[in-house]
Design a binder for this molecule. Structure first.
Ligand SMILES: NC(=O)c1ccc[n+]([C@@H]2O[C@H](COP(=O)([O-])OP(=O)(O)OC[C@H]3O[C@@H](n4cnc5c(N)ncnc54)[C@H](O)[C@@H]3O)[C@@H](O)[C@H]2O)c1
Length: 415
């Protein structure tokens, strides 16, 4: 008996560990096409590229972990085909690997810019440790001007670091506001101010048209408005794409990711998908969802491990995210919609506050700025489906921490 895991990112490594925690005693084979010891991605767009940051990627687990847990980690191994009838995984240049259970945790890749000039030198992406190393080297060389395409997580985390390192930073995005995909409009406004204060020049409603170059190197980014932004190098953060070819060839159903049910099972028996590429039914969202976050990767991994170890479990967890940008630690619990009613607690002028978002009178998300206690409380409220009322949110004397604490203890009290 064996479980094969494709992808040794946050999801794959956690799945391997959780299988052991759940008492799974059979063989575990963990495959990844990268040569590295599996590493953490979040620091790559933050501490890793800061001046004086540590240029070694932070491993997800120490080198000894895999042997100690009897996990057969094989790096530098690329899966090229899944035969779900024969229950075999085919790898480049190696023997097919049989499985009883297969977990696809292959993640996603940076979306490439498909426009004129996209092959010029000095155009960078930021997804892998190799990308981060290249960017770090450009920052260390002290190039003066950078244009960032995309005001999402990658673009803005990078922009904040670059501005703090003294570079001249311009950001363009075809959206109307920062992190439009995930933030409420009023929180986006706050981030416009944060980046403006750092000296970042933001241009919204400005798509990428093409890159301009001289002698093979990028010299400017041309926006769809016709304006050209000169640069010494560019950083592109246009979101991610999932590779569906592997799954589709194995007759596994996909729709902008691999479709799974609440047990994270695909339509093919004994095949599961977790992490950035899994499209799952979300009770918290009220529809199908694909989430790109460490929380989603690790919690899905823990859930699928339980199921494979013989304790079938549903995945239904309120999502949460974080991002560090300049002086701000942003934490989000739940999922915002631009139409949500926003109630602010704390005071944004102090740089420490939270926004409570309500839909049809129900608490659906909380966005916190440098307010980790609010975030922790918010996660408890959403996990317990026990949101506070709008009146309680408005009442600054309402003790949120105590309310959340009582929720956890009452949930543990046997009825
Ligand atoms: N803190 C975190 O949680 C964190 C940090 C870094 C990265 N990530 C993850 O890494 C992945 C990649 O991040 P990202 O920032 O690239 O994705 P993103 O989806 O957060 O942002 C992409 C941005 O690019 C813009 N865009 C798309 N096409 C464009 C075009 N043609 N011209 C101009 N703008 C365009 C979008 O409007 C959007 O604002 C995501 O999965 C993200 O969640 C997460």
């Amino acid at each position: 008996m064996s479980t094969v895991i494709i992808g040794a990112g946050h999801a794959g490594v956690q799945a391997a560990e959780s299988l052991r925690t759940e008492g799974y005693a059979d063989r575990i084979v963990l495959l990844d096409k990268a040569e590295h010891l599996p590493y953490q991605r979040p620091p790559l767009s933050k501490d890793y590229i800061k001046a004086g940051g540590d240029p070694a990627p932070l491993p997800l687990r120490g080198a000894a972990f895999y042997g100690e847990h009897d996990i057969d980690l094989r790096t530098g191994v690329e899966v090229v085909r899944i035969d779900s009838q024969a229950q075999l995984v085919f790898v480049k240049g190696g023997e097919p690997i049989p499985y009883n259970e297969l977990i696809i945790a292959a993640g996603a890749e940076a979306r490439r810019a498909h426009c004129a000039g996209n092959g010029l030198e000095g155009i960078n992406y930021l997804r892998t440790v190799e990308d981060a190393e290249t960017l770090r080297a450009q920052l260390d060389r002290g190039y003066g001007r950078v244009v960032v395409v995309g005001a999402g997580f990658i673009g803005l985390e990078f922009a904040a670091v670059a501005a703090q390192r003294g570079l001249d930073v311009t950001v363009i995005d075809f959206a109307q506001r920062p992190m439009q995909r995930v933030l409420s409009p009023s929180m986006s406004d706050y981030f416009t101010q944060v980046h403006t204060d750092l000296g970042v020049k933001l241009h919204f409603d400005e798509g990428l048209d093409h890159f301009v170059g001289e002698q093979g190197r990028v010299t400017a980014v041309a926006g769809t408005s016709g304006v050209t932004y000169p640069c010494d190098f560019a950083v592109v953060g246009l979101g991610v794409v999932t590779d569906e070819d592997l799954a589709a060839a194995g007759r596994i159903e996909c729709d902008r990711g691999i479709l799974v049910d609440e047990y994270l099972s695909t339509n093919v028996p004994h095949v599961y998908a977790i992490g950035d590429l899994a499209v799952f039914p979300s009770h918290h969202f009220g529809g199908n969802l694909r989430l790109e976050s460490v929380q989603n990767a690790t919690d899905m991994a823990k859930t699928v491990a339980k199921t494979i170890a013989g304790n079938p479990s549903r995945y239904d967890i309120a999502p949460w995210f974080w991002s560090n940008q300049g002086p701000v630690k942003l934490q989000i619990a739940g999922l915002a919609d631009p139409a949500d009613v926003v109630i602010e607690r704390g005071n944004r002028s102090t740089g420490k506050f939270s926004q409570f978002l309500f839909r049809d009178g129900q608490l659906v998300a909380v966005e916190s700025v440098n307010a980790p206690a609010d975030h922790v409380a918010a996660r408890k409220l959403l996990e317990h489906d026990a949101g506070i009322t709008m009146e309680q949110a408005r009442d600054h004397d309402f003790d949120l921490k105590a309310y959340a604490r009582n929720l956890s203890s009452s949930a543990m009290t046997p009825s």
